[in-house]
Design a protein around this ligand. Structure first.
Ligand SMILES: NC(=O)c1ccc[n+]([C@@H]2O[C@H](COP(=O)([O-])OP(=O)(O)OC[C@H]3O[C@@H](n4cnc5c(N)ncnc54)[C@H](O)[C@@H]3O)[C@@H](O)[C@H]2O)c1
Length: 296
């Protein structure tokens, strides 16, 4: 079995593909011999320009990731055009640039959660169904584009950070789908995109933050490497500064170890101090055991 998953000859669907990072990922995949379905809410000349530019190796489909029907249609379109679908890149997102508590409306909160979280979850669900039902028994890869703001509390962009944090958790929770479907995530720091360059926060933030900014090319390179890496299931890769392509921070492995250490320490303290579980819990456990005996 080859050590690396080859993207050559595979078909990838990218949501939000007309954005800065989506386009860079699409180009990198095309350079590596994949075919690409550009899915976006923003329409582009019915995709004819893209198809011509990429020599029939690309196509466009209108897709609002908030709509389950649009998602189903995008999957159908990919298979109808290229005969198969192997890779899903959940990249579409909306940014919340102001603090929730100052300016955001209910509609903006709903939009942030629907595009950044419900969309990727529903797209993943439909993609996994497609792979499971695929008669050729092919496997699939999902890349969730999270953000470093999902790895740590980020003030000022609460809704955005919360959705990205949830997306990382969702990625880790989907690990057991491998090997049929390998789900991974990328968590970039600020990326050199028009949206970020115009942001007031970064403009004020000084030289260190600027040196850590990641390029769209680095995100694209890391995306392709993660797709190729057969050991990436359930993992999240943080991309920051020059370490963009190499830094692998397995945040959930670290948090799992930390929680285990705390749990064992708590058990140890409870044992030393002779602290038992609360009496109501012991009684309810006894009742459960009695019920089990009755049913046998
Ligand atoms: N730019 C950064 O600094 C940065 C940092 C970390 C993570 N990210 C993540 O990278 C991804 C791409 O970001 P970007 O900087 O290229 O943003 P972008 O705004 O350039 O692109 C986002 C794309 O998503 C599309 N989109 C928006 N709503 C949609 C919907 N409902 N359905 C389908 N498409 C929709 C937009 O039309 C746009 O083409 C996002 O998930 C973002 O959270 C970006």
């Amino acid at each position: 079995m080859p050590a690396e998953y080859s993207v050559s000859g595979k078909v990838a669907l990218i949501t939000g593909a007309l954005g800065a990072i989506g386009t860079a990922i699409a180009q990198k995949l095309l350079t590596n011999g994949a075919k690409v379905v550009f899915a976006d809410i923003r329409d582009v000349n019915e995709g004819t320009e893209l198809v011509a530019k990429y020599n029939n190796n690309a196509c466009y489909v209108h897709c609002d990731v908030r709509s389950s029907e649009d998602i189903a249609n995008a999957l159908r379109h990919a298979v109808a055009t290229f005969g198969r679908l192997d890779i899903l890149v959940n990249n579409a997102a909306v940014f919340t640039v102001e603090s929730l508590y100052r300016t955001e409306t209910f509609a903006a909160i709903q939009m942030g959660i629907d595009v950044n979280l419900r969309g990727p979850i529903e797209f993943s669900r439909q993609f996994v169904q497609y792979i499971w039902e695929d008669k050729a028994n092919r496997s699939g890869v999902i890349i969730n584009m999270a953000s470093m703001s999902g790895c740590m509390p980020t003030r000022g962009i609460e809704v955005y950070a919360a959705t990205k944090s949830a997306l990382l958790n969702f990625t880790h929770a989907s690990k057991s789908l491998a090997p049929a479907v390998r789900v991974s995530a990328l968590a970039p720091y600020y990326v050199d995109t028009p949206a970020v360059n115009q942001s007031k926060g970064l403009a004020k933030s000084g030289i260190i933050k600027h040196q850590l900014v990641v390029s769209t090319e680095q995100v694209a390179e890391a995306t392709v490497r993660t797709i190729q890496d057969k050991k990436s299931a359930g993992k999240a890769y943080v991309l920051i500064g020059n370490w963009a392509v190499r830094a692998n921070l397995f945040i959930y492995e670290f948090s799992f170890i930390a929680i285990m250490v705390v749990a064992f320490f708590s058990l140890f303290v409870a044992k030393v101090k002779g602290i038992g579980p609360p009496p109501e819990f012991v009684q309810s456990q006894d009742a459960l055991t009695r019920d089990e005996k009755k049913t046998k």
